[in-house]
Design a protein around this ligand. Structure first.
Ligand code: PXL
Length: 264
């Protein structure tokens, strides 16, 4: 039996925590085959981003076309797009293809990864074409043009009004209880709560969550069930990395899937 094929359109993180590394290891961890189209290369460690090289839209389109013309892609998951031109490539994907968009605007360490033109492109071209968008609260507010006083529910509804189903992730670092707000394609809202995992090794959790969500949705699960499954996947990964001491900053969420008998 063939595995499900998922395509990540995302940036690289040289530290192996976020971006393409998180997407491909998550796909693999859930039994899917991962393909990737790289949008940008970041020179990055657990402390911060040193340099970003953005790829041209033609370079990204060539990778996407090569994959789509050859492999039976069931779902596309996007992370850092980096430019409005690359966003246009995503917006131009075949309309029948499921599209899970993690609207990456900043790194965990605080570096901006999106300019105003890209935010505008998300609003006008990418979100109307998306199946599901998975912002954190800061990203959701910026994309919705909302103010800090606006309630989470109103921000989620404003994004849903642009077209996609929404999972507004509520896992602030250190939170005891995380509240993810889910608005399905018909506008039905529910809150899916789950316990937070106490750790600072959480770099890459956003990418991991939306990659896991993409695989579960492509497997045919409804959005609330796929969200629950992705929450569990991330929580298990955070528990595995909680005791790690890797790097000088916020360490990576675990992307390891080594059976205990093979640990080195
Ligand atoms: O976590 C968002 C993210 C996505 N993509 C890349 C990143 C980051 C955060 O560091 O570096 C390439």
């Amino acid at each position: 039996m063939n595995p499900l094929v998922a395509l990540a359109v995302a940036g690289t993180d040289s530290g192996g925590a976020a971006g393409v590394a998180a997407d491909l290891t998550t796909f693999a961890g859930l039994g899917a085959h991962g393909a990737c189209a790289v949008t940008a290369v970041t020179a990055q460690d657990t402390v911060g981003v040193r340099r970003v090289v953005q790829l041209a839209a033609d370079d990204v389109r060539a990778q996407v076309d090569a994959v789509l013309e050859d492999l039976p892609v069931a779902v596309v998951k996007t992370g850092m797009l980096g430019s409005a031109e690359v966003a246009a490539v995503v917006a131009g994907l075949p309309p029948s293809l499921a599209l899970v968009v993690d609207p990456v605007l900043r790194t965990t360490s605080g570096t901006a990864l999106a300019d105003e033109a890209l935010v505008a492109a998300y609003r006008t071209h990418v979100l109307p074409r998306s199946t599901v968008v998975t912002p954190n609260l800061a990203e959701a507010r910026r994309l919705a043009g909302a103010s800090p006083e606006d309630a989470h529910e109103d921000v989620a509804r404003a994004l849903h009004a642009l077209g996609p189903a929404v999972v507004l992730t509520g896992g602030d670092p250190g939170a005891h209880l995380c509240r993810d707000l889910v608005v399905d394609d018909r506008g039905r809202m529910q809150v899916l709560e789950h316990p937070g995992v106490p750790t600072t090794n959480d770099h890459g959790t956003g990418c991991t969550f939306s990659a896991a969500l993409a695989v579960h949705l492509a497997g045919g699960e409804p959005l609330p069930a796929a969200t629950r499954a992705a929450q569990s996947f991330v929580a298990a990964a955070l528990r595995r990395s909680a005791g790690w001491r890797l790097g000088r900053g916020r360490g990576p969420v675990a992307h390891t899937f080594v059976p205990p008998t093979q640990e080195v």
